[in-house]
Design a protein around this ligand. Sequence first.
Ligand SMILES: Nc1nc2c(ncn2[C@@H]2O[C@H](COP(=O)(O)OP(=O)(O)OP(=O)(O)O)[C@@H](O)[C@H]2O)c(=O)[nH]1
Ligand SMILES: [Mg+2]
Length: 190
Amino acid sequence: MLVDVERRLIRLKIVYYGVAQSGKTTNLEKLSEIEGLNLMKIDTQEEKTLVFDFTTKKVTVGNMTISFALYTVPGQDIYKDIRLTVLRGVDGLVFVVDSQRERLKENINFYSLLKADLLRIGKGIGDVPLVFQYNKMDLPNTMSYEELERFVNTEKYPSVCASAIRGEGVLETFKVLEDYLISRVERMLL
Ligand SMILES: Nc1nc2c(ncn2[C@@H]2O[C@H](COP(=O)(O)OP(=O)(O)OP(=O)(O)O)[C@@H](O)[C@H]2O)c(=O)[nH]1
Ligand SMILES: [Mg+2]
């Protein structure tokens, strides 16, 4: 969190993390569409995220402006150093799960990777608000919500089912973090 008292501005960083091709970029694309935001993407020709995607969303609280900076990490293995860089200074996390059954193990491994990455930037998993998004629920081969809760969301964080490609669950996911962080800022300002 960065507080700019002169400009009455609070900056918060939200990072979308999760396995390659789980739909992180699609989340920011749809959110930008719904909210009318500008999205900056840095990706390869096959549309796999190369560095990160980035957009900002502003909300007014009292006489302060909260600016949410939204980033996605690249999911491919070769970009693990970039993931760590993007994570630095994170205030809220969306863990985007590819809910297809055959990707269960990858999702679980990636959650462990997230915990390891957070430790490397000096944070524990309990230090950063997190929401799980079970994405691609429109596909026929997904696990059920109950199974995902049991096998992926082992620490019982808030969770939202989504089909990012259809724009379903995208805003709901972001709102979990937005509401939580806004109320934290309000408490801080009181
Ligand atoms: N069926 C379905 N496909 C989706 C959904 N969300 C994303 N996709 C597709 O999955 C593919 C990967 O989506 P991206 O948003 O680029 O995934 P990513 O997590 O940013 O991938 P990396 O940047 O490589 O880590 C694309 O072809 C999307 O159209 C969804 O809800 N349902
Ligand atoms: Mg991407």
